[in-house]
Design a binder for this molecule. Sequence first.
Ligand code: G3P
Ligand code: CA
Length: 255
Amino acid sequence: MTQDNRAPFVVAHRGASGTRPEHTLAAYELALQEGADGVECDVRLTRDGHLVCLHDRTVDRTSSGTGLVSEMSLDELRDLDFGNNGAPSPVLTLRELITLVLDWRSRPTKLFIETKHPVRYGALVESKVLAELQRYGIAAPASADHSRAVVMSFAATAVWRIRRAAPLLPTVLLGESSRYLGGSAATTVGATAVGPSVKTLREHPELVDRAAAAGRATYCWTVDDPEDVELCAELGVSWIATNHPGRIKKLLDGN
Ligand code: G3P
Ligand code: CA
């Protein structure tokens, strides 16, 4: 994920979630059509061991149903609608999203997978994520730049688990504290990038240079405001996650 004085790569946060319901196939298809360089998703495990692309612990906010994701089977989730009262949209599995990204032939888009913690199934989440990446032959890339997948977490232990089991896979240690991200945590767990919020970066722009000096890239979220895009570009942030990938791509391209 290194780069030399180029504009940040644009990552569609939960797909083009400013326009389409988050984490739906429609949101990811739009992001890819809009030219996103990467797509981000959160993953959770169902009761029967399937990885699904969902942010919250419950389905209450984003679906027609209620309940904890960890207590539902994939079939039960498939009975719900995640279309936010628009076109009906079923739950998206990580496997379906990987397939979409790898089959998108027009450009080699990266998939940023975020594991959430603490969760009921603990370390099983990372081992299932790795199993999925291995299944598609993308768990041991030739280099971080060429990797089609990146695994991220706010939980340092989760990043460490990925690093230990798949040392060639790029990882992002997410955080909101500059002291944490600028300290030794990323080195300790072997993260290849740090992921501050845009608020943290505004207050601590030195984080980008500090990461670069340690050989790490910077991934900043969630960058929707043009002034923040400009800040990230000036600082040399490698990746910016946005809910509006089409708009931000145009901005960076000078259109
Ligand atoms: O891309 C990182 C960002 O998604 C972290 O925050 O709450 O949107 O998962 P959250
Ligand atoms: Ca996320």
